[in-house]
Design a binder for this molecule. Sequence first.
Ligand code: CA
Length: 363
Amino acid sequence: MKRRQFVGAIAATAGLAACAKSEQECSGDAASGKETFAWSAVTSWPPKYPGMGIGVENLVRRIDAASAGRLKIKVYGGGELVPAFEVFDAVSRGAVECGHDASYYHKGKLDAAQFFTAIPFGLNCLEMNGWLYYGGGMELWRELYEPFNLVPFPCGNTGVQMGGWFNKEINSIDDLKGLTMRIPGLAGEVLRRAGGTPVTLPGSEIFTSLQTGAIDATEWVGPYNDVAFGLHQAARYYYYPGWQEPGPTLEFIVNRRAWDSLPADLQAIVEISCQAINQDMVAEYTNGNAIALERLMDDPDVELRRFPDEVLERLKEITDEIVAEWIAEDPQAAKIFESFDAFRKRSTPFQRISEQAFMETRR
Ligand code: CA
């Protein structure tokens, strides 16, 4: 009964139907496992956007199917219900039950969350999953979000990203001086220390900003998503590798009270569906990036460039400096970094002789 009343209170305050039926019917249904839930999910993405937007649509469809319609989630694009970067707050205060975004957007209010998306020169997609599911990462993530009434799940990964689109060549670290670039999170701080000006923009504003010259460069994701925004029509030089985001994980976050209101089988369905999408999105990007890169290589107005080694080495040095200063002042970040960095050090030797060495044989 207590749980029932609690859910009713959430539904009343949030103006949402936690139970699609009347209170009495719900109590009966709860016992027979037929209680239904109607949730809302807010996201940071344009509606049905390739990769991340499609990922969250696939997630709610699978949850609906696996639960035989007992848990229905309506998805809202960034800005439809709440602004793109206010997903964390909206779910935390219970205005909606759940959301899909990236934890590094919480920089400024919860800096330590950045490790659970990506930090520059951090973990690739395989390693993020290894760390999160088996290396202690999930325990740290849940602990970090507990005071915010949020339950986090890994829910999508883009794989290694591209360095971004530039309207001039980057031949030395000095070419980053005076550069205004859309680049979020810790990587933005790295650019700042290299003499540039980082800006954070939601995806939907990038193309116009680049085309009008409000920014000189942008990183976004990779060929699949970048072509979808037409970024190749707004800048000429396409740089790799994506030092700033080697395997960013997206998050599905659930309000703690909404989570606790679910019976155990629906909780399991949400958890397993998130894990399925975490893998499925990688498959979508692997296919989508290959096709989109082929198209970009056929475009005479696009030049693919690798960042010079000296630029990458300097960016790595700056990253290490910034992380060292950061963790010296932020005990939460220090605790998570210790686990993250230990995993990175342990994982690197095998990645070198497996993924990296194998791909060299396919030249
Ligand atoms: Ca990015």
